[in-house]
Design a binder for this molecule. Structure first.
Ligand SMILES: Nc1ncnc2c1ncn2[C@@H]1O[C@H](COP(=O)(O)OP(=O)(O)OP(=O)(O)O)[C@@H](O)[C@H]1O
Length: 242
């Protein structure tokens, strides 16, 4: 599914958070929104998701201007947001329609793909942070979303789990090819995962620059090419002290 933002601005109580943002995302593309704290990344994602409709400008999903929450959109937030009174399996089937047996076999398929088949009877309090986030990923994927919106999905995790889940996300992308918009302030993550990085800056936030990455995935995290792009990004953010 394609996405297009046309002159999107959002003002909160007289203060403009983002201003005249234009962005096109192609079907199956992984686009990162990168920028320093407060430049409006989450604000834009909430507008794209339909969770916030009080913006100016237009958002088009697959050629149709809409402010609705699209039923083919999946969300993954920074924290897993699981329902504590439901076990892992029921957290994933929650919100699905259809026969119980069909819902459960679908949930099991996705729990298996995130490596949690053996944990399906556990409750959220019994999971590590990384496991809980995997459940959130399975829950987002079980509806076969064509658009996946991720708001700093791995930022609360330790470095190793983060890398594992980034690879998991790429496996999921290989399999289902959703269009992905990823909000992050992790430059390594953005260069490892994205086809294109949209850099936002300022307050109100505006698109400062876009960087396309041609490198095939899976990428070598330590490659010279990625190091070069990271340095460009740091320079753009005015953080590269030479
Ligand atoms: N519901 C709200 N009410 C008032 N102001 C808001 C609201 N949501 C966001 N803002 C303001 O909009 C601006 C952009 O916030 P936003 O959360 O989109 O930034 P961000 O780039 O995602 O930041 P971070 O990286 O710190 O999460 C900030 O100045 C913030 O205070």
């Amino acid at each position: 599914m394609s996405l297009a933002l046309r002159d999107v601005s959002r003002t909160f109580n007289g203060t403009t958070a983002v201003q005249n943002v234009n962005l096109e995302v192609q079907p199956g593309e992984i686009v990162g929104l990168l920028g320093t704290s407060g430049c409006g990344k989450s604000t834009l994602l909430r507008a794209i998701s339909g969770l916030d409709t009080d913006y100016e400008g237009e958002i088009e999903i697959n050629g149709t201007v809409t402010k609705e929450i699209h039923d083919t959109t999946g969300f993954i937030f920074q924290e897993p947001r699981l329902l504590p009174w439901l076990n892992v399996l029921d957290n994933v089937t929650f919100g699905l329609t259809g026969k119980r047996q069909e819902k459960e076999s679908l949930a099991v398929e996705y729990l298996t793909s995130v490596g949690l088949y053996g944990k399906k009877k556990l409750y959220p309090r019994e999971l590590s942070g990384g496991m809980a986030q995997r459940v959130a990923i399975a829950r987002a994927l079980v509806t076969s979303p064509q658009v996946l919106l991720l708001d700093e999905p791995f930022s609360a995790l330790d470095a190793f789990t983060k890398m594992q889940l980034q690879d998991l996300l790429l496996n999921v992308w290989e399999k289902y090819q959703p269009t992905i918009v990823l909000v992050t302030h992790d430059i390594d993550e953005a260069t490892y995962l994205c086809d294109r990085i949209v850099m936002l800056s300022g307050q109100p936030g505006e698109v400062e620059r876009e960087i396309s990455l041609e490198q095939k995935r899976p990428r070598n995290r330590g490659s010279k090419e990625l190091a070069h792009i990271k340095s460009e990004i740091l320079q753009c953010l005015d953080l590269n002290k030479k």
